[in-house]
Design a protein around this ligand. Structure first.
Ligand SMILES: O=P(O)(O)OC[C@H]1O[C@](O)(CO)[C@@H](O)[C@@H]1O
Length: 402
């Protein structure tokens, strides 16, 4: 046990959860602006049959009336959602914890498209057309070709470039491109508000060759650099195994599922130059079990990581280190609460069973471990630095290892 960490946790009372009902808040804009746009986008992306179009229209009505209706009685996971949603379903979307209600929205969207039904839409990813267009697009060609430029760098510079590639890959997020925010709004990326990169490399050096859990976020333009980073760790003896955690079903628009991982592996393996070489090594690593794929159901639960089930906790505990990608994972890691920004990351994540490092561009109000002065200075710029994806953080803790 780490007694300093336990003391810090005791001294850090939980902040209130982020809710959607605060006028002018980012969370409110997600319910009022983003969700209706997403439903319409999904409705047009595939030739949905009349029953599915009606279901999508019903969901749009639910969102516009701001009343959360229950899942269909036949839902395979109805009991779990009824339990998680006790006292919530029937109420307003915006009055519930942001994390909870957003997760429920994506669950309802899958229901409306027939993803879990018995008909022809079963298993059809409603976000598939968006993901495919991104993966086939010219930006990906350019980003893969740019890997050849890392040949001229020193080993340390190359490692840093691959880490930053994975970090800033989190700007590419199709849920934000839908409404022209992060990555799609023309705002320039500026900087790191927290840089625990040295801690990350020190941990990797101390633990090598480590068993790493890499908890992925978005498919396509984020997952490709994540895979390239995983290849770097494996190829340079920093990792003995990488367990890549993805979502079991489509979620938050572009979140990676197992089929997205396979699509990215094929894209990499077919690329020329260094990208193709990394693709070939990752293909072999998958075949021989050094790169494994996990899609735990909890990855789509409306809950923070503090509430993770024992088997998943055991997986993180058995790893030497966990790397958490993206904004949503950060929200789940820190409880999606209105923490004062200077609240120590190690205290908030002290429940996590091992060293954990978050790589995230800032796309929501969840924020810890940022000095008061930095937050005040950035607030004074009047820019939406907390939510627009222009800023990023590498934030870690050694966790309960001492
Ligand atoms: O893809 P990421 O980095 O997890 O970001 C997704 C973010 O976009 C949103 O879905 C939009 O609100 C946030 O809720 C979420 O945190």
């Amino acid at each position: 046990m780490n007694h300093d960490l336990d003391a810090a946790r005791d001294e850090t009372p939980a902040a209130a959860p982020i809710l959607g009902n605060v006028p002018g808040s980012y969370a409110l804009s997600v319910f009022r602006e983003r969700h209706p746009v997403l439903i319409k986008q999904v409705r047009e992306a595939l030739p949905y049959t009349p029953d599915r179009r009606r279901a999508l229209d019903r969901l749009l009505g639910e969102v516009e009336r701001d009343v959360m209706e229950p899942l269909e009685p036949s839902a395979h996971d109805g009991a779990a959602w009824a339990e998680w949603g006790r006292g919530k379903i029937g109420g307003r979307w915006v009055d519930q914890p942001f994390l909870w209600a957003e997760s429920y929205f994506y669950r309802k969207l899958l229901e409306a498209t027939g993803y879990f039904g018995d008909g022809p839409w079963r298993g059809v990813d409603p976000f598939g057309p968006l993901k495919q267009a991104e993966l086939d697009g010219p930006d990906v060609d350019g980003e893969l070709a740019a890997l050849d430029e890392t040949a001229a760098l020193s080993p340390d510079e190359r490692a840093e470039a691959l880490l930053l590639g994975s970090l800033w890959g989190n700007r590419a997020d199709l849920s934000h491109s839908a409404t022209g925010t992060a990555g799609g709004g023309g705002e320039r990326a500026t900087g790191l508000v927290v840089d625990d990169g040295p801690l990350l490399w020190a941990l990797l050096g101390d633990l090598a060759p480590a068993r790493i859990c890499l908890v992925a976020d978005n498919a396509g333009r984020e997952l490709l650099p994540d895979l390239v980073l995983a290849d770097h760790l494996l190829a340079h003896g920093l990792a003995s195994e990488v367990a890549l955690h993805v979502k079991p079903v489509p979620y938050f628009v572009s979140d990676a599922t197992p089929s997205d991982v396979l699509a990215c592996l094929r894209r990499l393996a077919a690329a020329p130059g260094r990208a193709g070489e990394a693709g070939a090594r990752l293909w072999a690593a998958t075949e021989d079990g050094r790169l494994t794929l996990r899609a735990h159901p909890f990855a789509c639960a409306p809950l923070p990581y503090e509430d993770m089930p024992g088997d998943l906790r055991g997986e993180f505990a058995a790893a030497d280190m966990t790397i958490m990608k993206g904004d949503l994972n950060y929200r789940r890691l820190t409880g999606d609460r209105m923490w004062p920004p200077a609240t120590p990351f190690a205290a908030v994540t002290g429940y996590f069973p091992g060293p954990v490092v978050a790589l995230r561009t800032l796309k929501s109000d969840a924020l810890v471990g940022v000095p008061e002065r930095t937050a005040t200075e950035l607030d004074a710029t009047g820019r939406s630095w907390r939510t627009s994806g222009t800023h990023a953080m590498i934030q870690g803790s050694r966790g309960q290892t001492a």
